[in-house]
Write a protein that binds this ligand. Structure first.
Ligand SMILES: [Zn+2]
Length: 196
């Protein structure tokens, strides 16, 4: 008891499932074959009993002599045939149950795959919504394209949001035609080229 209690619950469950799974598989597979063999044997034995009874009764003229054959051969034979039929029916049911279980297993696997795909899709869609769409970036670029700037004494042109001009009050608006050098940080020419 103490040894079991010290085990991690998940490991214990794993072992239990493993044992149950093995037992279940063995029972179904063994039961099926046993039912099929026993059913077939009983049907054959029953038919043999009926034939023996028929041969026995046909050899005896006396009705009193026919009764033992009829009872022990005919009725027992009939009973065996019925019993064999039931066992064969049981075998058929066992096969159906096993097929159903196998199908349920594959269905569960398919559902798991489907759920994983849906989760991946959801993550992808959510990422697409959160990231800035390309159209918004283009719009932002267009709205600020006319206002390239430079510092009062600077020889470089920048985008207005460039880190090199951030916080500087004496910025003047410039255009590409002013012939200033393009800043290496904000690359305003790449920006202009992109817009054309
Ligand atoms: Zn710059």
């Amino acid at each position: 008891m103490a040894a079991i209690a010290t085990d991690a619950p998940s490991r214990r469950e794993d072992r239990l499932l493993n044992v149950l799974g093995r037992a279940g598989r063995f029972r179904v597979r063994g039961g099926e074959q046993w039912l099929f063999a026993a059913g077939a044997a009983l049907v054959v034995a029953g038919l043999v009993c009926i034939i023996v009874a028929w041969v026995g009764t046909s050899r005896t003229v006396l009705v009193a002599g026919q009764i033992p054959y009829l009872v022990s051969g005919g009725l027992i034979g009939l009973g065996l045939v019925f019993l064999g039929g039931f066992l064969y029916f049981g075998h058929w049911l066992a096969v159906l149950v096993k097929d159903g279980r196998a199908r349920a297993e594959t269905d569960r696997e398919d559902l798991t795959l489907l759920r994983e795909s849906i989760e991946e899709l959801t993550v992808a869609i959510r990422g697409g919504i959160n990231s800035t769409p390309a159209a918004a970036i283009a719009e932002e670029s267009r709205s600020s394209s006319g206002t390239l700037v430079a510092t009062a004494s600077g020889t470089m042109m920048h985008r207005p949001n460039c880190a090199a001009v951030a916080g500087k009050s004496a910025v003047r608006p410039v255009t590409v035609e002013d012939g200033l050098k393009a800043c290496g940080i904000c690359r305003p020419l790449a920006y202009e080229t992109m817009l054309r």
